[in-house]
Design a protein around this ligand. Structure first.
Ligand SMILES: *Cc1c(COP(=O)(O)O)cnc(C)c1O
Length: 461
């Protein structure tokens, strides 16, 4: 007897709905022009399916909403802070918790605390806010990710891995005294949501610690990374998610977290550290920039929802369905021969704009252009991750022209259905069919910092 295919489905049902608006092509073309062809500048109301980001866009569970009613809004020593601290210790093992309003605040503090003028900070690919805070603290980011990560066509199960030879070369060239830490992201956002293996992380951690270099964990998507370790790395198939997550954290010294991703809340984050001296410095800084060390920019209710979200984030059923939905969309698009980053990542499907629009020079911003074209076609909002996001090299003033020129279709957690994914795939196919007629974009306004957020463009003639 042939075995019958058995589908899996999300481990939740819908309890409340939010209507979304369908618009005409004419309306969307007008909206795009007003937004300077930057999907960040569109009004969310004018978006049909919003795949701009998975940041802060998750649907909370009924348990999290119930937690919101348990907010202890005391200025100091809120009960919810202690619940959060206990949860972080229990799930991740980090000893000291400094809450922040979101991830970049934690990046700011750790960069200021650990980086001296002239230092270098290696990492497994840059992230926009992470690198900027390193630079503002007087440091310079150096990419030590494996070469495969920069090639969207190469299949590799752990494209987030560090090239130990590159890391060693940084230590040899600059001296360990000028390398305060290595920054390790789990499920590396900028190369398509690609995981690092536990085997590689173990070697990175050993090499760093042998030279007195700290390991800072950008743990924004640690659960998504842990799932792929379970599925792909030998010896982990039967290890519970919680144990894999814990093993990752145990190899690192400091963590910065944007809880707007993995943790299923709309706002929040933290810095977590093991060293009491660093914790003291961070507690001294958090009162300047965020708020008291027992709330750090979050309301008590937000800390409660976050503590509950941390536990939900490492449940295998949840993370399997979350990444499964991303893979459903990815296969649907790739099966049409449309170029995407392979293997399909954890939080989104990344279209390869260089191969999608090969007739456009990179300084005509193919990914920015493609994101605009998809919105015009269907009202689906995506995000550029390419030449605009990479910014200019501070030394030469030229566009960085990164290898990866991508459009990210990022899937919010627990928000959209499989039918929404079908609509997205059909829109990408429609734009693919008309790709030859697409021309590029040029700046009409270019901000100095993190230009992708607020830049404005116009189509080139
Ligand atoms: C989102 C993100 C950050 C920054 O966090 P915010 O909460 O947006 O400030 C840092 N690193 C990675 C990998 C991220 O995805």
């Amino acid at each position: 007897m042939p075995t019958r295919r058995r589908s899996w489905a999300e481990p939740w049902k819908v309890k409340m709905v939010e209507p979304i608006k369908m618009t005409t092509r004419e309306f969307r073309e007008q909206a795009l022009e007003e937004a300077g062809y930057n999907t960040f500048l569109l009004r969310s109301e004018d978006v049909y399916i919003d795949l701009l980001t998975d940041s802060g866009t998750s649907a909370m569970s009924d348990r999290q909403w119930a937690g919101m009613m348990l907010g202890d809004e005391a200025y100091a020593g809120s009960r919810n802070f202690y619940h959060l601290e206990e949860t972080v210790r229990d799930v991740y093992g980090y000893r000291h918790l400094i809450p922040t309003h979101q991830g970049r605040a934690a990046e700011h503090m750790i960069s200021q605390i650990l980086i001296k003028d002239g230092d270098v900070v290696p990492g497994n690919m840059y992230f926009t806010t992470t690198r900027l805070h390193q630079e503002l603290a007087g440091g310079r980011f150096l990419d030590v990710i494996i070469d495969e990560a920069h090639d969207p066509e190469v299949m590799h199960p752990f494209k987030g891995n560090v090239d130990l030879g590159k890391f060693q070369a940084v230590i040899d060239e600059y001296g360990a005294d000028h390398v305060p830490y290595i920054c390790i992201a789990t499920s590396v956002n900028m190369c398509g949501g690609q995981p690092i293996s536990l085997g590689n992380l173990r070697e990175v951690s050993e090499l760093a610690h042998r030279h007195g270099i700290l390991v800072v964990h950008d743990m924004t998507r640690v659960a998504e990374n842990a799932l792929l370790i379970k599925e792909r790395e030998e010896g982990y198939a039967d290890v519970p998610m919680a144990d894999i997550v814990r093993q990752i954290c145990d190899l690192t010294d400091v963590a910065t977290m944007s809880s707007k991703k993995d943790h299923l809340v709309n706002i929040g984050g933290f810095l977590a550290v093991n060293d009491p001296g660093i914790a003291d410095k961070a507690r001294n800084m958090v009162v300047i920039y965020e708020g008291l060390h027992t709330y750090g920019g979050m309301a008590g209710r937000d800390m409660e929802a976050l503590a509950i979200g941390i536990r939900e984030s490492i449940q295998h059923d949840h993370i399997h369905a979350r990444v499964g939905q991303v893979h459903y969309l990815g296969h649907k698009v790739a099966d049409q021969g449309i170029p995407i980053v392979q293997p399909i990542g954890t939080h989104g499907v990344f279209l390869d704009a260089k191969r999608f629009l090969p007739h456009l020079d990179q300084d005509l911003f193919p990914a920015q252009t493609l994101a605009a074209a998809i919105y015009a076609d269907s009202g689906v909002r995506s995000m550029e991750r390419g030449n605009v996001s990479a910014g200019r090299n501070p030394e030469t003033g030229q566009n960085r022209r990164p290898h990866l020129e991508l459009v990210r279709l990022t899937i919010p957690r627990r928000v959209y259905t499989q039918a929404h994914m079908d609509v997205v795939a059909e829109s990408v196919m429609e734009v693919w069919d008309g790709r030859e007629a697409i021309t590029g974009l040029e700046f009409t306004y270019e901000p100095k910092y993190l230009r992708f957020f607020q830049a404005r463009f116009k189509p080139v003639e």
